[in-house]
Design a binder for this molecule. Structure first.
Ligand code: PMP
Length: 401
């Protein structure tokens, strides 16, 4: 009975062109990966879909540090952090991130998690207890949404970047603890939340601002500290989640906040307490990748990334000018996530397949991840792309148009 029930659901998903699938990457790191086609032959694809924004996943110093970490600590951590899984490397990564954020959050301290998904669940469920009300932005990442579903606090959604709407909701709230929860860079749209205005609201209404900076860390700001640096923000009311599997090129995540908040998470966050700590070798390698991210190499790669963004936007704008009847629209994004909104599910998948025949891998994103009728190519740029790679994508889009 269960199998028939699930098969019917799978059939319904397929009927709507919404089937999701994985592809096996044989080798390679961003922006080139070798995959096998349906006929079994291996091909190298130029990818516009990795979140390895700075190309640090493949940096030789990061790989060396990972190997050195494995020699020093072995493979896995063997236990949850509060048992015996918290290594010197875990401690140093947390200390380093605390120092990075001290200019933005007084008494900043960081606490590590295995993934960004877990860090988001942790912070929203632990802080969103019965005394709180959560104000959640409509386009937040699934992990924040799942956190609000698990939290005991009532949840009020506010519109995308709708500061005035949020002000009215905060003004009407009688909750003792108010938590505003938002992505910094929206993962399917690439736009940046109005964090200065949200922080001003937090200050006016005695609320706290939880910012998921998964796509801002390493990318935004002169030093790559992310969205707080980008906007020059500093407040005790800021609670930031950063992920380390994207621009930092490895894996893991952290919450950084006033030390009372992180002390409490250590006592109360169930997915910190009851889950095996991340592999210490990964933490050891993070010390290298985070140093590269903040240093000269990171600065140069951020500048290159911004130049690529500008080149892609200009290229697609010119293409759309040449083909005014095309129903495509480039989202208004100021980040390396540059979505090209195509419309229908079948159309976007056909476009992605046509690009793949040209040797380019650009994922089609469909509902429910994005609104109905707004299926899109989610073009993601990395600092390891050359300008010629961007030109190749624009030319291929034109050929497919
Ligand atoms: N937040 C956002 C905005 C994300 O895009 C993602 C990853 N797609 C996450 C959180 C989850 O991070 P992780 O991949 O480390 O679980």
């Amino acid at each position: 009975m269960l199998l028939e029930h699930l098969q019917a659901k799978l059939d319904a998903i397929r009927a709507q062109d919404l089937t999701r699938f994985t592809r096996i990457a044989e080798t390679g790191t961003a922006p080139r990966q070798t995959v096998r086609g349906s006929d079994g032959t291996a091909r190298e694809l130029l990818m516009f879909c990795s979140n390895d924004y700075l190309g640090l996943a493949a940096h030789p110093a990061v790989a060396d540090a990972l190997a050195e970490g494995a020699r020093r600590y072995g493979g896995g951590s063997g236990a949850s952090p509060l048992v015996s899984g918290h290594s010197r490397a875990h401690h140093e990564v947390e200390a380093l991130l605390g120092r990075w954020f001290e200019p933005h959050i007084p008494n900043a301290r960081a606490i590590g998690f295995c993934t960004g998904y877990m860090a988001n669940l942790a912070v929203v469920t632990a802080l969103g207890d019965g005394d709180a009300e959560i104000f959640s932005e409509t386009l937040n990442h699934a992990s924040l949404i799942d956190g609000t579903r698990l939290a005991k606090a009532p949840v009020t959604r506010y519109g995308h970047c709708d500061v005035d709407g949020l002000r009215a909701l905060l003004a009407a709230s009688t909750a003792r603890i108010k938590l505003i929860v938002t992505d910094a860079v929206f993962s399917m749209d690439g736009d940046i939340a109005p964090l200065p205005a949200l922080l001003a609201l937090a200050e006016d209404f005695d609320a706290w601002l939880i910012v998921d900076d998964a796509h801002g860390l390493g990318v935004l700001g002169e030093l790559g500290v992310g969205s707080l640096e980008h906007f020059g923000l500093r407040s005790e009311r800021l609670i930031v989640v950063g992920t380390l599997g994207k621009a930092a090129g490895l894996a893991g995540a952290f919450v950084v906040a006033h030390e009372t908040v992180t002390d409490y998470l250590l006592q109360a966050a169930r997915n910190y307490i009851f889950s095996t700590a991340s592999p210490p070798a990964v933490e050891h390698a993070l010390l290298t990748s985070l140093a590269l991210m903040r240093g000269e190499l990171g600065r140069e790669r951020r500048m290159h990334l911004r130049a690529l963004q500008a080149r892609l936007r200009a290229g697609i704008a010119a293409l759309l000018d040449r083909h005014p009847s095309l129903p495509w629209r480039l989202a208004d994004s100021q980040s390396p996530i540059q979505p090209l909104i195509v419309g229908g599910n079948a159309e976007v998948m056909a476009l992605a397949a046509a690009l793949e025949r040209e040797g380019l891998r650009v994922p089609g994103i469909r509902p429910p991840t994005v609104p109905k009728g707004e299926a899109r190519l989610r073009i993601t740029l990395c600092a390891t792309h050359a300008q010629a790679d961007v030109d190749r994508l624009v030319a291929a889009l034109e050929a497919c148009a």
